[in-house]
Design a protein around this ligand. Structure first.
Ligand code: GDP
Ligand code: ZN
Length: 313
């Protein structure tokens, strides 16, 4: 009998997986019969998975023989295979959304879409406002406004600068001993922040390589970086968000914290909070208790969902 080891999948490149066992990376393949399981997904094993493997002595490589249950996972709809999804990453403890007020400006619909996805996947979120060294008075006011909107509905935030090393210690503490997925538009400073948190890592910044690749390579692989200070960062290059699966219009509002709270108080139990009389959500918006930008995001997501159904996507 071969000894069975347990490890975490750090990277996947086609049919090979880098598995971290203690402090070693073992190159592993997946046992053949794995592929027949879980037909809903295009990949049998994903970055973040905990797996059991055996060592094939003659080759000095490993063979993955068992997948442990996933605590959670994020998916992207497969581009080629319509009804199957690609598991981007699994076993996430936290999602950090990197936001910038300018250079580039992060729009709130984008933030809210990520928040809905994270809630659907059961992943806690921390907002990280980067590039605070750049902002003028007006942009600082905008930052404060966003902080107020999101803090009020239960999302914590932190202000940092990757290049000026502002609040990086605090960020390191937030990431400590967790497996965190880092999300945000390209150019907001994701790579710069990872490098700032851990000087041993040297991810390419300024996106020269990534911009270049955009559109040409449709397949992007997630990768996990181990932090010296404790914890893991899951990076999903080129992926702006993650797919929403099985999220029907009828329950979209339940993924908006502030609407969920009012859900049972609307006159109609199946209120869509768009036109119904006796809608507490609409009332709360009029009173300024729910932010208009959040409501606009809700409406645009509703609309998009309806359209994609109409198109049969
Ligand atoms: P990514 O695409 O999200 O990984 O972004 P990068 O880390 O590649 O950063 C994009 C650009 O923003 C680079 O030119 C960085 O030097 C710059 N940048 C990143 N963080 C900061 C910051 O806190 N302040 C300023 N002024 N520039 C930053
Ligand atoms: Zn309502």
């Amino acid at each position: 009998m071969s000894t069975i080891y347990t490890g975490r999948v750090m990277k996947s490149t086609g049919s090979w997986y880098d598995v971290l066992h203690e402090s070693n990376i073992v190159k592993c393949k997946v046992r053949g019969n794995f592929r027949t399981k879980g037909k809903m997904y295009t990949n049998p094993v994903a970055v973040g998975d905990k797996v059991d493997f055996i060592i094939k002595k003659e080759e000095n490589t490993g063979l993955i023989v068992k997948l442990h249950d996933r605590k959670n996972y994020i998916v992207r709809k497969s581009i080629n295979l319509r009804h199957r999804a690609h598991i981007l990453a699994s076993n996430l403890d936290l999602a950090i959304i990197i936001i910038t007020i300018v250079k580039p400006k992060t729009n709130t619909v984008f933030i809210d879409r990520l928040l809905v996805s994270a809630k659907a996947y059961n992943i806690p979120v921390q907002l990280v406002f980067n590039k605070i060294d750049l902002y003028n008075e007006q942009e600082m006011a905008k930052l404060t406004e966003l902080e107020n909107i999101y803090n009020k509905i239960g999302y914590p935030s932190i202000r940092v600068s990757a290049t000026e090393q502002i609040n990086i210690d605090a960020l390191r503490l937030i990431l400590k001993d967790k497996n965190t997925v880092i999300l945000g538009n390209s150019g907001v400073g994701k790579s710069s922040l990872i490098n700032a948190v851990d000087e041993n890592l040297s991810l390419k910044t300024a996106d020269i390589s990534r911009y270049h690749n955009k559109g040409r390579h449709t397949t992007t692989y997630a990768e996990i970086f181990q932090l010296q200070s404790g914890g893991f960062i899951t990076d999903t290059p080129g992926i702006k968000g993650f797919g929403l699966v099985n999220l029907e219009n009828e329950n979209l509002a339940t993924y908006f914290n502030e609407m969920l709270e009012l859900q049972n108080q609307c006159k109609y139990y199946n209120c869509t909070h768009t036109h119904e009389p006796g809608c507490k959500v609409i009332e709360a918006i009029k009173l300024g208790e729910i932010s208009e930008s959040r409501y606009n995001s809700y409406l645009s997501m509703l609309e998009e969902d309806t359209q994609s159904k109409y198109r049969g996507v």
